[in-house]
Design a protein around this ligand. Structure first.
Ligand SMILES: Nc1ncnc2c1ncn2[C@@H]1O[C@H](COP(=O)(O)OP(=O)(O)OP(=O)(O)O)[C@@H](O)[C@H]1O
Length: 316
């Protein structure tokens, strides 16, 4: 495998003196699509936001570890340099498009600015390219859509426009936090196919945060499963789906009626994810685990293994 583009090393994120994310290690190589999965509240979104230094400080912030992007620790960069990286090299797309769309500019203007700045296109060429990108994310009558303001579009179209804007700068790394969750299955497949094509053509790396294990099995090379602020299992997607080791992963997979079916969502495992500050001393999943042994309640299991890592005292 080529050198990683991004290496998250021993990341710790805290809020109000409590650890939200701990000991997270994850790397992504150029052209790779890595899935980050887990139930709500496990720490996926804050991990993603920390890479772009977009955590809502001072309520929550990175308190340890390194975020090595292209050889440099992003944590040490001056804000000006970070702004340039955010606009140019690392793009992020969210479930809620209004957080990243500017309401006072047309979609075309927002895309053209990015295209002219980052790809040095003329006004004419930028408009053509913007139209082509809107068409690729499945917006009908893309030329007309360029002249629309975000509030003049439907929710689904806004979502697609946001993705097109993020892609306009030609990012080397795309961090996608539930990018297609609100969209119907056909559009979702269209957009994931587009991201998949781009990473193959351009070598763009993708960190895909999702609840949808079907999407992960179909598109991701590697998967990291998060629980209670830690990565509890990491493996090649194929390996993880064929033979999960951590009991949490096993439970997630078991609750899916047609495992791997596109669009299959994670149904509930009985019990709740413990919030930061209320995690038990051992494995955070122990209170909900059907295979719990005494040691699980008292001692934190290490993340064991090489290509297939799991943090479990009584693995499958
Ligand atoms: N701004 C904040 N201030 C304090 N705590 C926060 C803040 N943002 C998130 N948290 C806490 O961090 C934990 C992880 O949240 P996060 O949103 O990363 O989970 P998630 O796994 O992405 O879930 P979801 O899928 O619902 O987005 C939660 O317990 C949440 O309460």
């Amino acid at each position: 495998m080529s050198d990683p583009l991004l290496s998250i090393e021993d990341l710790q994120i805290s809020a109000g003196g409590k650890a939200v994310v701990e000991e997270v290690n994850l790397s992504i190589a150029p052209g790779e699509m890595v899935g980050l999965v887990g139930e709500s509240g496990c720490g996926k979104s804050v991990t993603a936001l920390s890479v772009l230094r977009l955590l809502a400080e001072p309520q929550i912030g990175v308190t340890g570890g390194r975020l090595i992007y292209d050889g440099t620790d992003l944590r040490t960069l001056p804000e000006k340099r970070m702004e340039a990286i955010r606009g140019d090299e690392i793009a992020m797309i969210f479930q809620e498009p209004m957080t990243s769309l500017n309401p006072v500019f047309t979609i075309g203007a927002q895309m053209a600015e990015s295209l002219r700045l980052h790809r040095r296109l003329s006004a004419r060429a930028a408009r053509d390219e913007a139209g082509a990108l809107l068409a690729r994310v499945g917006i009908p009558a893309p030329q007309a859509a360029l002249d629309r303001y975000p509030h003049e579009m439907s929710g689904g179209q806004r979502q697609r426009a946001m993705i097109a804007i993020a892609l306009a700068c030609g990012p080397r790394l795309l961090v996608a936090d539930e990018p297609t969750t609100a969209l119907d299955v056909t559009v979702q497949a269209q957009i994931l196919d587009l991201l998949d094509g781009l990473r193959r053509e351009t070598g763009m790396a993708v960190l895909l945060i999702t609840h949808d294990l079907g999407v992960v099995s179909q598109y991701c090379d590697r998967v990291a499963v998060m629980y209670g602020g830690r990565i509890v299992e990491e493996a090649a997607a194929e390996t993880l789906f064929a033979a999960p080791r951590h009991r949490y992963t096993e439970a997630l997979l078991a609750t899916i009626p047609a495992a791997n079916a596109p669009g299959a969502k994670l149904p509930a495992i009985p019990g709740l994810v413990p919030p930061p500050g209320q995690r038990p001393p051992g494995c955070a999943f122990a209170p909900r685990c059907r295979h719990v042994i005494e040691r699980c309640r008292t001692e934190m299991p290490p993340l064991d293994g090489d290509a297939h890592k799991a943090r479990c005292w009584n693995p499958a």
